[in-house]
Design a protein around this ligand. Structure first.
Ligand SMILES: Nc1ncnc2c1ncn2[C@@H]1O[C@H](COP(=O)(O)OP(=O)(O)OP(=O)(O)O)[C@@H](O)[C@H]1O
Length: 326
């Protein structure tokens, strides 16, 4: 069953731009340009794209903050803007830049207030809070006013605040931005656990592709407000011809690097003592046997295709033409 449905979703902004020394004219910016997507219950969707691609605008339309210019959008069967109050009970939102906590109150009191705002039965609230306290390690700072929390502590508090009413869908905009490795890991582990439980649908936008690799089976890439990829990360690699690399460390540089068929040489580093081959049709054994006898091999390692590389290529690719009527 789809918990999120978008059909021909568009958002245009009218902006005033300078046209000469004193004159200003109006210009239309199309932030979201006809998006069609369905997200099933329990899916963990990575929603990525370069700066200005339209990610936040989409999330704002899904959460009822912005009214679409055209198209249809339903979340949990509701229309986000007109049904905003009912929708608020069924979704959770974590926007990295905005807080839903009370700045001067200790975290514990913010959580208590939210219980009243959402009218959550005490036992349910206590059980969810207990789970978040354990998984996100909140106990050390539950009694600290929010304004005194570090970014990582606050983000763990924000995640808890977004989940205490038991939302069906959780929208996360850059949840790990600015966090240190330990906090980032804690947040990722927590979200992975949430995903495993299977009853919360998660929509995640981030520029940290490790978040996506760790958490999301499905990846939607948008550019200029349009979907340019919708599928798994493995499909993305296949579509853009990502290759595994073999890195050979040699004792000494060779006068000429061998060229095994099916494994082109793509890098010569460390003054020729490190050769990097891309595995196309050849396997590691072919590369090793091409080098054997020519050089003393100190080490051989395999590098899996990196999502950053393929996404960089995708962001640089020309954007497809708008569909007729889109
Ligand atoms: N309130 C607004 N008024 C005018 N233009 C806007 C407004 N909000 C967004 N835009 C424009 O819409 C486009 C999409 O912006 P959006 O914030 O959705 O991108 P994004 O993918 O979230 O980018 P980022 O990764 O930088 O956060 C951009 O060109 C942006 O300048």
């Amino acid at each position: 069953m789809s918990v999120i449905e978008m059909a021909g979703l568009r958002k245009e902004f009218t902006v005033r731009v300078k046209a000469g020394r004193l004159r200003r004219t109006k210009r239309t910016v199309t932030a979201v340009d006809g998006i069609d997507l369905r997200v099933q219950r329990g899916e963990m969707l990575g929603y990525i794209g370069p700066n200005g691609a339209g990610k936040s605008t989409t999330l704002k339309m899904l959460t009822g903050v912005l009214t679409p210019s055209a198209g249809e959008v339903r979340v949990c069967g509701l229309r986000p803007v007109p049904d905003r109050t009912r929708l608020a009970l069924r979704i959770g939102v974590v926007f990295g830049q905005r807080s839903q906590l009370w700045w001067d109150l200790p975290l514990r009191d913010s959580f208590d207030l939210l219980r009243h705002v959402y009218r959550v039965p005490a036992a349910e609230h206590a059980a969810r809070l207990r789970r978040c306290r354990d998984l996100l390690d909140l106990d050390g700072f539950l009694d600290v006013p929010v304004r005194q929390l570090s970014l990582g502590q606050r983000m763990r508090g924000e995640l808890t605040a977004a989940l205490l009413h038991g939302p069906e869908v959780l929208f996360l905009d850059e949840p790990t931005i600015g966090l240190d490795v330990v906090s980032r890991q804690a947040v990722r582990d927590f979200l992975a656990e949430l995903g495993r439980a299977g009853d919360t649908t998660l929509v995640l936008t981030t520029h940290d592709l490790a978040d996506i690799e760790r958490l999301c089976h499905r990846l939607v890439v948008i550019d200029h407000g349009r979907v340019v990829h919708d599928g798994t990360i493995a499909e993305l690699h296949r579509r853009y011809g990502s290759r595994r690399l073999v890195v050979a460390e040699l004792d000494a540089a060779l006068a000429e690097a061998p060229a095994p068929p099916g494994a082109p040489l793509v890098g010569v580093e460390a003054d020729g003592r490190r050769l990097v081959y891309a595995l196309e049709s050849a396997g590691v054994a072919e590369v090793v046997s091409a080098l054997a006898g020519l050089a003393a091999l100190r080490d051989i390692s395999i590098e899996e295709p990196r999502i950053e590389d393929v996404v960089t290529r995708l962001y640089r690719a020309p954007v497809p033409e708008a569909r007729a009527g889109g």
